[in-house]
Ligand binder design. Structure first.
Ligand code: ZN
Length: 230
């Protein structure tokens, strides 16, 4: 008897009956011609913030890189960060995406872990610890109260609870890390060249999972604002 998760098989059946049967021509076309997505979305692994669901994207529409806390390492980072760098290189250089969206989200466990005062000193086997140490510049900048860390109306308290000091701090770091990741993208020579020529545009966003609100980063004044009136 198969031990494959039953809920996944049920979901797959729904996909076959729904999305796949409605869009089978598109899937066949993509199989024959290859993918040509216009946008790379860099998002967290978190099960509550899937870009294809948030953006209601169809097959072939967005190229997605997901990692813990939606981080972009600096281009010249150590080898342990290279899988994310490889995905970015493939999207930009091989696929020629025209947009990169770094999307953070509320209640990010990766950010919460980086802020945890009980965080231990790094040892070689601590993959998550090494990875989330990439958040240190965002934690530092948020502590200094940069504009992009402003959390007015963005406390994502959930279930009607008041935002605690810890919630506000986490939100500030979640947002600051988006702008830091955009800064790190500009350390990639092929990203910088394409941005300067106008072939590529970088964007930041933050998804409030409790209210479903997408906040978009405004680089001119380093703040976030809701993407749409609701
Ligand atoms: Zn997360």
């Amino acid at each position: 008897m198969s031990t494959f998760p039953k809920n996944l098989l049920e979901g797959y059946q729904n996909f076959l009956d729904g999305t796949y049967s409605q869009r089978s021509d598109r899937y066949k076309e993509l199989a024959l011609k290859g993918q040509n997505p216009e946008t790379l979305v860099i998002a967290c692994c978190d099960s509550r913030a899937a870009p294809e669901i948030v953006f209601d994207s169809g097959p072939g529409e967005i190229f997605v890189l997901r990692n813990v806390a939606n981080l972009v390492p600096p281009y010249n980072a150590e080898g342990r960060y290279r899988s994310s760098v490889a995905a970015i290189e493939f999207a930009v250089v091989s696929l020629g995406v025209r947009h990169i969206v770094v999307m953070g989200h509320g209640r990010c466990g990766g950010v919460a872990a980086a802020l945890d005062e009980r965080r231990k000193a790094l040892d070689e086997g601590d993959a998550i610890g090494h990875w989330i140490s990439l958040l240190d510049p965002a934690i530092e900048a948020a502590a200094k109260g940069g504009e992009s860390s402003s959390c007015d109306h963005a406390h994502d308290p959930g279930a009607g609870k008041e935002a605690s000091e810890a919630d506000l701090r986490r939100t500030a770091v979640e947002r600051m890390s988006v702008s830091k990741s955009i800064g790190n993208l500009r350390t990639f020579p092929y990203v910088r060249d394409r941005e300067e020529s106008g072939a590529l545009t970088l964007h930041g966003a933050w998804f409030d999972i409790s209210e479903g609100v997408l906040w978009v980063y405004d680089p001119d004044n380093e703040t976030f604002a809701p993407a749409l009136e609701r």
